[in-house]
Design a protein around this ligand. Structure first.
Ligand code: FES
Length: 639
C-alpha cells in the first residue's frame, strides 16, 4: 500500500489508492479545516503536494498559480498507487483555540421562565427500599423480593429490570442487609429499575440537561432532589472541523466512516463537558441517572449515528422525529450506563428538539389566544408563530456568526467576550464591556450587534455595511479592499488587537437578513403582520443580555414596542432542564411537536426576495423600521 507522509508533522500513514487526503489526514489525527464538509467549494482544506502525484480536482476553487505550485484541495485529492509527501499549511486561527475553548457560563437556569405552577416530577427517581432477607421457607428469589418491596411503595406497577441491573442485585442486596437504593424511571404503567446500590444514596441524585447546537454545546448538572442547577459548561462542537453548518455536516457524513467520526466528535465534546460539570461539583458521573438532550434534527441524527442524508433531499424526511428512550450506554454518554437518555422530539428536517424544548419557555406552550412569535437565533435560525389554535414553523440557515463563528475575532458569550460596545459619534472610537470585566479576548454575538448598531447610528457604517473611509478615525484602516475596524488594541488585550473587517460585518448582515426574512415569510403565510403579535420571544446563546433596541437598528428583529419582546437566552437548554425535572413538561413538549406544521423555505420562491431586501441596515424599506433614526453625518472629513 502506498505511504502518505504529512509534513511538517512527519506523520506517515498507509492509504489505499482512491482515499481522499482529508480522510487519510484525519485517520492519523491531523486536523484539516473543512467548513463546507468536503464539497470542494470553500477552498479551506488546501494542502500542497511536495512529491509524488495525486488524483486532484480543485476546479473553480484554486487559482492557476496555486495549481501550478502543487496546491490541491485535501477533500478532492485522492491518493494514487504511489508514495506521496503532503505539506499541511499552518491553520492558525483554527487550531489556535477559537473553536476549542470550553468555559463556565454565567447564566444558570432562568427561574423566571418557569410557569408559575408546575409539578416537580422527574422522570428518574431514586428510592430507598428495605428488601426482606432471603428465607428458605418462601423460596422467593432476590428479584421477586426486590419487586415486591418496590410494589409495596409504588403500587402494582409492572416492574422491569434489565440484565445489567439483574447482574448486580445479588451483591448489592447483601452488602447492607437488604437496604438498597433503586433508581427508577416511570411511564404510565411500568417502572424500570435502571440502577441499584447498597445503602441509602438518595441524596446523590443528579441529572444533566443538554443543548447540542451546530456550533456550541451546553451542559447543565442538575441536583434532582432540589431541581437545582449546580454547574453549567459550554464549548464548541468538535464537529465544526468537518463543516460549519448542518448542510456541510450532512455532506461530510456521506460514508459510514465519516458518519461515525461525526458521532464520536459530538460525543467527545459532550462527554468532556459532562466530566467538567461533574468534577466541578465533586459528583461521580455514575451518579448522574438521567439525561435530557435537545438539538436540531441533524445534530440528533449525528449523535445517534443515523444517516442524515435524507434530511436534505426532497421530500426532506428524517429517520425519526420522536426517539425511543435509549440507555446512556447505547448512546455513548458518560453517565450511569443503564440510565436513560431522553431526546427532545423534532418537527421536521430543520426544526428539531431544540425548538420544541425552547417553546416550553414561552406562552406558545401555555396555549393562549394571543399570537406569539418565537425566534431561535443560532447557526440555524428557527421561527415559530402561533397560538392555541395553530403553530407554524420554518428554519433558515444563518451561519455561525452570532455564535462567534466566521468572525475573525468572534467567540462565544463566555469570559472575556466583549458583550457591549458604544462608538463615539465624533471620533469613531469604541468603548466596550466584557463578560467578567476581564481583558477582551474576542467579541460575542451581542457585542457584534451593539457594535454594528452603534457604528451605523453614529454614521461610521453605511446601510450596505461599509465603513466610512472619508473621515479621520484611528480605528478604521482601509489598506486592503475590505476596510477594518480596530475594536481593541494590543495594549487592551495584552495580545493581538481585535479587528473586525467588512467581511465579518457582511457575515452578520447575511445572518440577520436570513432570520428577519424568514419571520416575514412565516407571518405572510398566515395572513398576519408583526403588529398582530402579542409577544416576540428571542432565544439564542447571547449570554446575559441581548440589546433589543440595537437588534432592531440592525434589522434583526421587527420594530415593535419593547414590552412585547422577551429575551429568553438558551431556551433549548432551559427546555431540557424543564423536561428533566417534570414529566408534565415532557408531555407538553410532545404535544407541541405533534401540533406544529413545518414550512419548507427552500421551496418557497418569495424567500429570496425577502432575503435580498433585508441585506441592508436595517432594511431596504426604511418604513418597516420607523423608530430607527437615520445615521448622523460626521464633520471630521479627511483632507
Ligand atoms: Fe475542501 Fe471545503 S473545499 S473542505
Amino acid at each position: 500500500m502506498p505511504t502518505i507522509t504529512f509534513q511538517p508533522m512527519g506523520i506517515e500513514t498507509d492509504a489505499s489508492p482512491g482515499t481522499p487526503l482529508l480522510d487519510a489526514a484525519r485517520a492519523v489525527g491531523i486536523e484539516i479545516h473543512s467548513p463546507c464538509g468536503g464539497e470542494g467549494t470553500c477552498g479551506k482544506c488546501i494542502v500542497r503536494v511536495l512529491s509524488g502525484e495525486v488524483d486532484s480536482d480543485g476546479a473553480g476553487v484554486l487559482s492557476r498559480s496555486e495549481v501550478a505550485d502543487g496546491y490541491v484541495l485535501a477533500c478532492r485529492a485522492k491518493a494514487l498507487a504511489q508514495d506521496i509527501v503532503i505539506e499541511v499549511p499552518d491553520q492558525a486561527g483554527w487550531e489556535g483555540g477559537k473553536f476549542t475553548d470550553a468555559s463556565e457560563d454565567a447564566h444558570l437556569v432562568r427561574k423566571e421562565l418557569l410557569p408559575q405552577k408546575w409539578d416537580y416530577d422527574p422522570l428518574a427517581v431514586k428510592w430507598f427500599i428495605e428488601v426482606p432477607e432471603a428465607q428458605l421457607e418462601d423460596g422467593l428469589s432476590d428479584l421477586e423480593r426486590l419487586t415486591r418491596a418496590i410494589q409495596r411503595q409504588w403500587g402494582k406497577m409492572d416492574v422491569r429490570v434489565g440484565l445489567p441491573v439483574l447482574r448486580r442485585i445479588a451483591g448489592e442486596l447483601r452488602k447492607d442487609d437488604g437496604r438498597v437504593t433503586a433508581t427508577l424511571i416511570r411511564d404510565e404503567k411500568r417502572l424500570f429499575v435502571v440502577g441499584i446500590e447498597a445503602g441509602d444514596t438518595t441524596v446523590r441524585h443528579y441529572g444533566i440537561a443538554v443543548d447540542i447546537g451546530t456550533t456550541t454545546l451546553a451542559v447543565q448538572l442538575v441536583y434532582l432532589p432540589l431541581a437545582e442547577v449546580v454547574a453549567t459548561r459550554s464549548g464548541y462542537n468538535d464537529q465544526i472541523a468537518c463543516g460549519l453548518d448542518v448542510i456541510s455536516r450532512i455532506n461530510y457524513a456521506k460514508t459510514p466512516e465519516r458518519l461515525e467520526e461525526l458521532r464520536k466528535r459530538v460525543l467527545n465534546t459532550l462527554n468532556q463537558l459532562v466530566h467538567q460539570v461533574c468534577e466541578s461539583h465533586d459528583v461521580q458521573t455514575r451518579e448522574v441517572v438521567n439525561a435530557v438532550i435537545s438539538g436540531n434534527t441533524t445534530m440528533t441524527h449525528l449523535l445517534l449515528g443515523l444517516n442524515p442524508e435524507y434530511i436534505r433531499l426532497a421530500p426532506y424526511t428524517p429517520t425519526l422525529a420522536e426517539a425511543p428512550f435509549l440507555t446512556a450506554e447505547e448512546v455513548g454518554v458518560d453517565i450511569n450506563p443503564e440510565s436513560w437518555v431522553c431526546l427532545s422530539p423534532s418537527v421536521g428536517s430543520y426544526v428539531g428538539g431544540d425548538i420544541t424544548a425552547g417553546l416550553l419557555c414561552t406562552d406558545l406552550a401555555a396555549g393562549t389566544e394571543d399570537v406569539s412569535l418565537f425566534i431561535d437565533i443560532g447557526t440555524n435560525g428557527e421561527i415559530v408563530v402561533g397560538n392555541e389554535d395553530f403553530l407554524l414553523t420554518c428554519a433558515c440557515s444563518a451561519g455561525p456568526a452570532f455564535e462567534g463563528g466566521g468572525i475573525g475575532c468572534g467567540m462565544r458569550a463566555s469570559l472575556g467576550a466583549i458583550e457591549r460596545v458604544e462608538v463615539d459619534p465624533d471620533t469613531g472610537l469604541p468603548t466596550f464591556s466584557t463578560i467578567g470585566e476581564s481583558a477582551p479576548k474576542g467579541i460575542c454575538g451581542s457585542g457584534m450587534i451593539t457594535l454594528l448598531a452603534s457604528l451605523f447610528t453614529t454614521g461610521w457604517l453605511d446601510a450596505a455595511g461599509k465603513l466610512d473611509r472619508t473621515r479621520r478615525c484611528s480605528a478604521i484602516s482601509a489598506e486592503s479592499r475590505h476596510a477594518a475596524y480596530t475594536l481593541a488594541t494590543a495594549e487592551q488585550t495584552g495580545a493581538e488587537p481585535l479587528i473586525i473587517t467588512e467581511l465579518d460585518i457582511q457575515n452578520i448582515i447575511r445572518a440577520k437578513a436570513a432570520i428577519y426574512s424568514a419571520c416575514c415569510l412565516l407571518l405572510e403565510q398566515v395572513g398576519l403582520t408583526f403588529d398582530d403579535l402579542a409577544n416576540v420571544y428571542i432565544a439564542g446563546g447571547f449570554g446575559r443580555f441581548l440589546d433589543l433596541e440595537k437588534a432592531t437598528v440592525l434589522g434583526l428583529i421587527p420594530d415593535l414596542p419593547a414590552e412585547r419582546f422577551h429575551y429568553i437566552g438558551n431556551a433549548s437548554l432551559m427546555g431540557s432542564y424543564m423536561v428533566l425535572v417534570s414529566r408534565d413538561f415532557r408531555q407538553r413538549q410532545l404535544d407541541l411537536a405533534r401540533r406544529m406544521t413545518y414550512m419548507e423555505l427552500n421551496t418557497n420562491p418569495s424567500y429570496m426576495d425577502q432575503y435580498t431586501g433585508a441585506l441592508f441596515l436595517p432594511h431596504t424599506d426604511p418604513d418597516r423600521f420607523p423608530s430607527v433614526t437615520q445615521p448622523k453625518q460626521g464633520t471630521n472629513k479627511k483632507n
